[in-house]
Design a protein around this ligand. Structure first.
Ligand code: BTN
Length: 246
């Protein structure tokens, strides 16, 4: 593992993507920064994190034999890896909120942004971006659903130590993908799924209307399976639906 430490940068994902474009990066090159000035989240959202308090880092990985249809497994694997590290720190009520937020109860601790390049139907390489709230204590009012390890476990954590644990676990899970151990990755992701089998409010992102349903699973294409009030099961892609805030 090669670590590039940056004091400040727009986005560690963008930084590593540019670097990978212009040079031959070693597998598991990590870029970590004390401060992101334009951190990016899923679906073109921005990612805010108090400077010096939290982990904001990205990992570059190369794949030899991963079909583009298998990209969801990469998201499952990274979520599982982070889940396990946080579990080892005794974070209570952990779950994975589809597609890949790591939650403690109804509070979000960690966001993941995986960005991938393809050639000939194969995933060439990926940049796995992770924002984990570690020692931040106060969150702006528009982030009422965010929390940190410190707020939950009432102690400070060493950022470097947690980052090493995360990178090692991600490395382990990603190698499981390479050896095509896909079913077990999918299974453990499903085991940890937030709000599974619990009546939940959803927002249809197209019509902006709310509806009730129950999460039944996530298929191997990464789509959310929701049981509707008439008992039918509907499949939603990432941009089509969101879970209403609890
Ligand atoms: C989300 O929950 O929407 C995903 C957030 C991902 C944030 C991380 S922080 C490090 C890396 N660099 C970025 O610009 N984003 C990811």
């Amino acid at each position: 593992m090669k670590i590039i430490k940056l004091n400040a940068i727009g986005s560690t994902n963008s930084f590593l993507k540019d670097l990978a474009h212009n040079s031959m990066l070693e597998d598991y090159t990590v870029a970590v920064t004390n401060q992101q000035t334009s951190g990016r989240g899923q679906m073109n959202n921005s990612w805010h994190s108090e400077p010096f308090k939290n982990l904001t880092f990205s990992i570059f990985t190369r794949f030899k034999n991963l079909h583009i249809n298998q990209q969801p497994y990469l998201n499952f694997a990274v979520s599982n890896a982070i889940f396990e590290v946080l579990q080892s720190l005794s974070v209570p009520q952990l779950s994975i909120k589809w597609p890949n937020d790591i939650m403690s109860g109804n509070q979000k601790l960690c966001g993941i942004l995986v960005e991938t390049t393809f050639t000939n139907q194969k995933i060439k390489n990926s940049v796995i971006g992770i924002g984990l709230n570690v020692n931040q204590e106060k969150f702006p009012s528009h982030m009422t659903h965010a929390s940190s390890l410190k707020n939950i476990l009432k102690k400070e954590f060493d950022l470097d130590e947690i980052m090493h644990q995360l990178v090692e676990k991600i490395q382990l899970y990603v190698s499981k993908i390479e050896s095509q151990d896909l079913e077990s990755i999918h299974k453990s992701y499903l085991k940890h799924l937030y709000k599974k089998d619990i009546p939940t409010a959803f927002k249809d992102e197209r019509t902006k209307l709310f509806f009730m349903g129950m999460i039944k699973g996530v298929d191997t294409n990464g789509n959310l399976l929701v049981q509707l009030e008439d008992d039918s099961i509907k499949e939603f892609q990432i941009k089509e639906v969101s879970l209403a805030k609890a």
